[in-house]
Design a protein around this ligand. Structure first.
Ligand code: UD1
Length: 378
């Protein structure tokens, strides 16, 4: 697959039919749908709206109040212009329904570019719908790889990158991954929009009342929601056993997928299950934890930036830089490995590389400038 390019010649004519006559402020259509995308949207949307007209589409992949609305309210996000209400389902049906619905919005709105973020089914559906109509795609968080195609996210991010025109990478590693796949046009190392979000929101988060009665550094914080972990009862049980055997209590905000898999087993000595948390509350919980245990991508990086040790409940990570110095350790879901990693962290203080900042907290502004410039030249 060739890397996408801004359309020219015959392609441009076709694009003009889709995008219509250009106004002084080009329209960019941003597609979001799942929780981590709402966080990334906060800095991004603000920056984009200073330069372009943004039409916001919410696929409805996440629909519970705690998984969606609360983020829009807390982060002051613009309300979606279109809510597609797709909801859950098997991957093919969910992605297919999104593809059909996004295509209809694109034909109606005729944007000059589509912006997608991260690696969810909403990301892939947005990118594919746009590419089929020859609308250029900008991918925020391009180039990340776990090299594990059993993860739906790895499929989503690879395919999205290969149909994108602008590949907005959070790290040099991501840029190198793309080069290895033959993608070198439209690639920019811009830094990470999640680092922007921390810069914007951490001071507010630290002023919030504490969610639990536990004092700072007296608890671990754990989350698990990856399909490959929680849909396998043995892995889920192994992780929970480890959490119950740690020396300090563990707070576990429960993703709905995990809550459903656990059913009536939401009890374990030393483990406090709480509902999914909004972003600011989660930042505060993370920043005061002794360590974070997680299979989330974003939380590994947040923990790194907050200087909290992390144990990653997976065999691979896209954020390989965090592994140096022992600040992040990969354990998979094996009970003994998890307990040992936490013990190691307690005994030897990890090192955080002060140069590893995931950008300067202004990635969104850089992305907005690149998008605006690409549209100006087009
Ligand atoms: C999705 C993303 C994942 C991201 C995660 C963040 C894909 C393939 N995965 O995973 O990369 O890290 O979001 O949370 O896109 N559910 C609810 N209420 C909701 C949302 C989901 O009950 O508001 C339930 C669904 O019914 C489904 C399960 O949770 O059974 C999984 O939801 P889904 O959106 O498919 O994937 P996530 O596991 O959330």
């Amino acid at each position: 697959m060739a890397a996408g390019r801004l359309a020219h010649g015959r392609e441009a004519d076709k694009l003009a039919r889709v995008t219509g006559p250009r106004s002084s402020r080009p329209t960019v259509l941003t597609v979001v749908g799942a929780r981590p995308q709402f966080v990334k949207l906060a800095p991004l949307s603000r920056a984009l709206r200073r330069r372009v007209r943004e039409v916001l589409v919410h696929t409805g992949q996440h629909y519970d109040h705690a998984m969606s609305d609360v983020f829009f309210a807390e982060l002051g996000l613009p309300l979606p212009d279109r809510h597609l209400g797709i909801g859950s389902g098997p991957h093919g049906r969910m992605t297919g329904r999104m593809l059909e619905a996004i295509e209809a919005v694109l034909v109606d709105q005729r944007p000059s570019m589509v912006v997608v973020l991260g690696d969810t089914n909403s990301t892939l559906a947005g990118a594919l719908a746009a590419a089929k109509l020859e609308v250029p795609v900008a991918h925020v968080e391009a180039g990340l790889r776990s090299f594990d195609l059993r993860m739906p996210e790895e499929v989503n991010r690879r395919l999205t990158d290969h149909v994108s025109t602008l590949l907005l990478c959070p790290t040099r590693t991501a840029q190198r991954n793309l080069a290895r796949e033959g993608i070198d046009r439209g690639v920019h190392d811009v830094g990470d929009v999640m680092a922007d979000a921390i810069r914007m929101y951490l001071p507010r988060a630290l002023r919030l009342p504490r969610v639990t009665g536990l004092a700072p550094r007296s608890y671990y914080l754990a989350t698990t929601h990856r399909q490959e972990n929680v849909d396998d009862p043995k892995r889920l049980a192994a992780m929970l056993e480890a959490l119950g055997r740690l020396r300090h209590p563990t707070i576990v905000p429960l993703h709905p997928r995990t809550a459903r898999r656990l059913g009536a087993r939401k009890r374990a000595a030393g483990v406090h299950f709480i509902p999914p948390q909004p972003y600011l509350e989660m930042l505060r919980l993370q920043s005061e934890a002794r360590a974070v245990l997680t299979d989330s991508g974003g939380m590994q990086k947040e923990a790194y930036l907050l200087r909290v040790p992390c144990v990653t409940l997976r065999e691979s990570t896209e954020w390989v830089e965090t592994l140096r110095g022992g600040a992040n350790r990969l354990t998979g879901t094996d009970t003994r490995r998890i307990i040992k990693a936490v013990d190691d962290i307690e005994r030897k203080r990890p090192r955080w590389d002060p140069r590893l900042t995931y950008g300067d907290g202004h990635a969104a502004e850089r992305i907005a400038a690149i998008v605006a410039e690409a549209l100006r030249r087009h």
